[in-house]
Design a protein around this ligand. Structure first.
Ligand code: LLP
Length: 419
């Protein structure tokens, strides 16, 4: 877990006091530290590229803010996109189509046509998708997603590589898939897998690397096709809890690249980290509006609920919480930190020891850069929060808070109901 600087009991991020950001932009607000984002990108890229050529395809499903994308474009990152919407955002942020790899699931013909028109390479998820693409865009650049039968991740919902998930072509059918790709006129450049998200140990990555190496070699032996690119997906975990350990990227890179260099003709490794790059660069600031004590519980009612950050409610995820305006004060009392949504599953933290809270306190919710804003919703007709970038003591509004007008935009009442 990341440490933030404290000045006279005030938490700072990117050289700015969190309470000043809360006052200027209101809460709830997501605040991203540009320096940390750049550092994370450089860490993962250097760990692998110092050993073999590795393309980092940032998974923007984690965070698709255009300013974040611009920063990563300038850093030299490439992109893992899962929808035509994500592709459009990346093109808008300045990525050329060859720096994007589209990995969709349940892909429509319309989306395939739009991708082909934009010349974005496609990572095929199923035989159905491949055959339809052969009709729509013959010879389009493709790779194929394998279901490797190796799944891992922080929750069952996000383990994608296990045999029974909907993703990819089963590994037992993969040689035939490449054979059919060739007969359909494709020249597949690579192969892809993704075991899952938020993986906090190295072993499953090594296990899947071995599976993929065997497949690459089998494709070469049986079909005479040497694949150029091996994409091992995303999923590098981060320490959310104070006692969690950081992943040892050097050890991971050493073990993976060692295996790949030794046993295949693969020229380029690809990784698709989302969380690792963006997660700890960002905090969510929320204001305590209501403090309630019942005979059984003590609640801190804030303006951030599961409409703002759904991970605690959806996956039972831990997000560290601190008080920005009394940063470092000793924890005294256990609170359920809850939001304004009318469901009892609306919580940010449960039974969390915090300093004694008062109305008006500003809470810092850590590690919310990944799957925070992108999974936020308008439930209970609550506007989506603002996003702010901080860099060298300056703040920049990068996404306006939604307004009441945004909530009704696009809705139409049939005229017969207006009389
Ligand atoms: N590549 C593929 C094909 C993926 O499906 C994903 C995540 C990634 C890369 C990036 O995984 P990361 O490096 O960020 O762990 N909403 C969940 C995470 C779902 C991830 C889905 N796929 C959460 O809040 O933890």
């Amino acid at each position: 877990m990341r440490n933030f600087e404290s000045i006279n009991g005030q938490m700072t991020i990117g050289g700015v006091k969190a309470v000043d950001i809360a006052r200027k932009y209101g809460t709830p607000v997501y605040v991203t530290d540009e320096a940390r984002l750049r550092e994370n990108y450089r860490n993962v890229s250097a760990a692998f590229n110092s050993r073999m050529p590795t393309r980092i395809n940032y998974a923007l499903k984690a965070n698709n803010n255009l300013a974040v994308l611009r920063i990563l474009e300038k850093e030299g990152s490439c992109i893992d996109a899962v929808s035509i919407g994500e592709v459009e955002l990346c093109l808008k942020a300045g990525f050329s189509p060859d720096r994007i790899l589209y990995t969709g699931t349940s892909v429509s013909n319309e989306e395939l046509s739009m991708l082909a028109a934009r010349k974005v390479p496609i990572n095929i998820d199923s035989m159905s998708e491949m055959r339809r693409l052969a009709e729509i865009a013959p010879g389009h650049p493709i790779s194929i997603r394998v279901n490797p039968g190796v799944g891992a991740g922080h929750h069952a919902h996000v383990m994608t590589g296990s045999k029974t998930t909907k993703f990819g072509v089963p590994k037992g059918a993969i040689v035939n898939a490449y054979s059919e790709a060739i007969s359909l006129g494709f020249n597949p450049f690579g192969i892809h897998c993704h075991i899952g998200a938020g993986v906090q140990v190295i072993d499953p990555f090594l296990e899947v690397t071995d599976v993929m190496i065997d497949i690459v070699n089998e494709i070469k032996d049986v079909l005479g096709l040497q694949l150029e690119m091996l994409d091992l997906g995303g999923g590098i975990g981060i320490p959310y809890k104070p006692e969690d350990h950081e992943m040892d990227l050097d050890a991971m890179a050493d073990a993976i690249t060692g295996r790949v260099l030794e046993s295949t003709g693969i020229k380029q490794l690809v990784l698709e980290p989302g969380r690792y790059i963006i997660c700890d660069s960002t905090v969510l600031l929320a204001t305590v509006h209501d403090v309630k004590e019942t005979p059984d519980k003590r609640f801190a009612g804030t303006d951030a609920g599961f409409h703002t950050l759904i991970r605690p409610a959806f996956y039972g995820s831990y997000h560290h919480v601190a008080v920005a305006n009394r940063f470092g004060a000793p924890n005294e009392l256990a609170y359920d930190v809850v939001g304004p949504i009318c469901e009892s599953g609306d919580f940010i933290a449960k039974d969390r020891k915090l300093p004694r809270l008062a109305e008006g306190d500003v809470l810092v919710i850590y590690d919310t850069g990944a799957y925070g804003f992108t999974m936020a919703s308008n439930y209970n007709a609550r506007p989506l929060p603002a996003e702010v970038l901080v860099s060298e003591g300056q703040t920049y509004l990068t996404r306006e808070r939604q307004t009441m007008d945004d909530l009704i935009r696009g809705q139409k009442i049939p005229s017969r109901l207006m009389v």
